[in-house]
Design a protein around this ligand. Structure first.
Ligand SMILES: [Zn+2]
Length: 601
């Protein structure tokens, strides 16, 4: 997460603005006398849900916490960022510190890569690697699989890796930071992984971030992992993601298993959308990591491990994904590795028959109960209702409430009443920070804004076609800053110089974003579409805010003149929105002509 996003996540706009003006709660909004212009009747509104503000009076403008502080204090974005960061307790590293951090990470990737290659070479050709080679052969692993996963072997030595890497110019400190050596007593270090089969763990880009290691005999622990390092965080890593990402995208589905060998065997048998959680249960961070590739997830669980607690966790994943999670239930005591080796068809069937987690829970809970008795019914409700209560998606929740009511033959209304008793206590547990983070979603990332900027930055000729584009259309403050600076800049270099360094990373990602190939005519077209959509979204949001304000005015009895004036502003927004629709439909009929034009290459 960027520093800016972190500051946004920890900042509540209501608290920030309260420091400058007295806010009064009004429905779901807060209102105040505008801190920017003098007025007697409050026309300044704060929207906690969108983390934004708007003045409907003389200013007729709005924005987020950053733009508020910038306007109020008369400071630029960088200063506002520092101010809000300090308030939120976020430390901003200086530019040189950031560069140093980047160089350090780069070195760590290199040292990990060198170690992975070293282990791999030992596995393939060292005499000591023979037992590891025969172990892998006995498990049926093919040479291609071993090379795809870059499996390796570590010698039964305290210093072999350390010496090898230090001879190649890596320092002891770097080896320690990478978790490749351990500090023993008296400040001496030695190799962490000895006499083990090595599994390099790679990130989605294929860079080695850490290692898993398995013994080849009965010694303990059976598995050993890299510790937490600047590159490796076990709870957010997924083993095999670098090799699985294409298949996950293509099949729009990910299967998560537990172990290294489960993943490897799955891939060798053509099930390429499989990754491993490398431990006991899947974490929210891992779910967030795959969410960028697909929202469809199936978890392979051992029948013995698929209890109610595990199901509650799965509902948590569903809430993170905003989609249903399926469970693949393995025969008791077996893992995917065994199942696939025995018969790939069995695994295929298990995957195809995977049930949505809540349906599966219904089956297991009710199969153990006698639902004709009062006791059975009440036990079923006791076990299922807390799980249903955790579902955030109201449509799915209602679906399962109905299902439960039918099952125990009790009216839906009494089940809902029981649910309401559970729910408030869940709300109380939910930290405020999380609620803010949720509200911030549109402020952290706005795909349409970013697409529009990417076109603009990558094709300078488009500058001529953006007279209608206003800074206010960009809700995300970084995007707004980039657009404003770009309006005044002649080229990318001067644009970058005009921006705070905290925004550089975001700018770079826009400049390098891949865009579909287009002819110049098509490009002009696509870009004008982007502008229209931005304008439409901006006006829609303004309209919604305006409506909420009018409703409030009417309730709180504003003077007739004020009401009339404000209604007029509301009508003005609707007229502008109508214009957008007209332009859009004109363009739809014009689009055909453009498509028929020959492509210019
Ligand atoms: Zn104002």
């Amino acid at each position: 997460m960027s520093i800016i996003d972190e500051v946004k996540q920890r900042t509540d706009i209501v608290e920030v603005i309260s420091q400058y003006t007295t806010l009064k709660k009004a429905g779901r909004t807060f209102r105040a006398l505008c801190p920017f212009h003098s007025e007697k009747h409050p026309s300044f509104f704060v929207y906690p849900e969108q983390q934004s503000w708007h003045c409907f009076g003389a200013c007729n403008t709005g924005g987020d916490a950053f733009s508020f502080v910038m306007k109020k204090q008369g400071i630029d974005f960088g200063e506002a960022l520092r101010l809000l960061a300090q308030r939120a307790g976020v430390t901003i590293p200086s530019r040189s510190e950031q560069d140093a951090g980047k160089d350090e990470k780069e070195r760590l990737y290199q040292v990990n890569e060198a170690a992975a290659q070293y282990f791999y070479d030992l596995l393939l050709s060292s005499p000591a690697g023979e037992k590891a080679r025969s172990y892998l052969t006995s498990r049926g692993l093919l040479p291609k699989t071993i090379s795809d996963f870059q499996l390796g072997f570590s010698l039964n030595s305290w210093e072999a890796l350390k010496q090898y890497l230090m001879e190649r110019g890596y320092t002891e400190g770097e080896l320690l930071t990478a978790g490749l050596v351990i500090e023993a007593e008296a400040g001496r270090t030695h190799d962490r992984f000895r006499n083990r089969l090595m599994f390099p763990i790679k990130d989605i880009r294929g860079r080695t971030t850490g290692f898993g290691a398995r013994v080849l005999d009965d010694s303990l622990p059976k598995y050993l992992n890299s510790p937490q390092t600047p590159l490796f965080d076990k709870s957010s890593s997924l083993y095999g993601i670098n090799l699985a990402k294409a298949a996950i995208r293509q099949q729009n589905m990910v299967v998560i298993v537990e172990g290294y060998t489960d993943t490897i065997t799955a891939h060798q048998n053509g099930f390429n959308n499989v990754v491993a959680s490398m431990g006991t249960s899947v974490t929210e961070k891992q779910v967030s990591a795959v969410k960028r590739l697909t929202r469809n997830m199936a978890l392979a669980l051992d029948a013995d491990a698929a209890g109610e607690e595990a199901m509650l966790r799965c509902v948590g994943y569903e809430n993170t994904l905003d989609a249903e999670v399926k469970v693949i239930i393995l025969p008791s005591g077996r893992d995917p590795d065994d199942v696939i080796k025995q018969d790939a068809k069995i695994w295929q069937n298990l995957v195809e028959e995977a049930l949505p987690v809540i349906d599966y829970t219904f089956n297991t809970v009710t199969s153990a109960l006698d639902l004709t008795t009062a006791k059975g019914k009440s036990l079923a409700v006791d076990k299922l209702l807390p799980i249903i209560a955790e579902i955030k998606d109201t449509v799915r929740q209602a679906h399962y409430l109905q299902k439960l009511a039918r099952l125990v033959r009790v009216s839906e209304r009494s089940i809902e009443a029981a649910l309401r008793k559970i729910k408030p206590d869940r709300k109380a547990r939910e930290p405020k920070q999380k609620a803010i983070a949720h509200a911030l979603h549109p402020l952290l990332s706005r795909p349409i804004e970013e697409r529009c900027l990417a076109w603009l930055l990558q094709y300078p000729e488009l500058k001529d076609s953006c007279q209608g584009l206003l800074p206010e259309y960009f809700e995300n403050i970084e995007n707004r800053e980039i657009f404003t600076a770009w309006q005044q800049a002649n080229d990318l270099l001067s644009l970058k110089r005009g921006l705070d360094t905290a925004i550089w990373e975001h700018l770079d990602s826009l400049i390098t974003r891949s865009l579909p190939p287009t002819s110049q005519t098509e490009r002009g077209y696509v870009f004008t579409d982007c502008i229209l959509r931005l304008r439409e979204e901006f006006l829609r949001s303004l309209e919604a805010k305006k409506e909420a304000q009018l409703a409030l005015e009417a309730e709180s009895g504003g003077t007739a003149a004020e009401l009339a004036k404000q209604k007029e502003q509301g009508i003005e927004v609707s007229i502008q929105l109508g214009e957008v629709f007209t332009q859009k439909s004109q363009r739809r009929s014009g689009a055909k002509e453009v498509r028929n034009e020959p492509r210019q290459h």
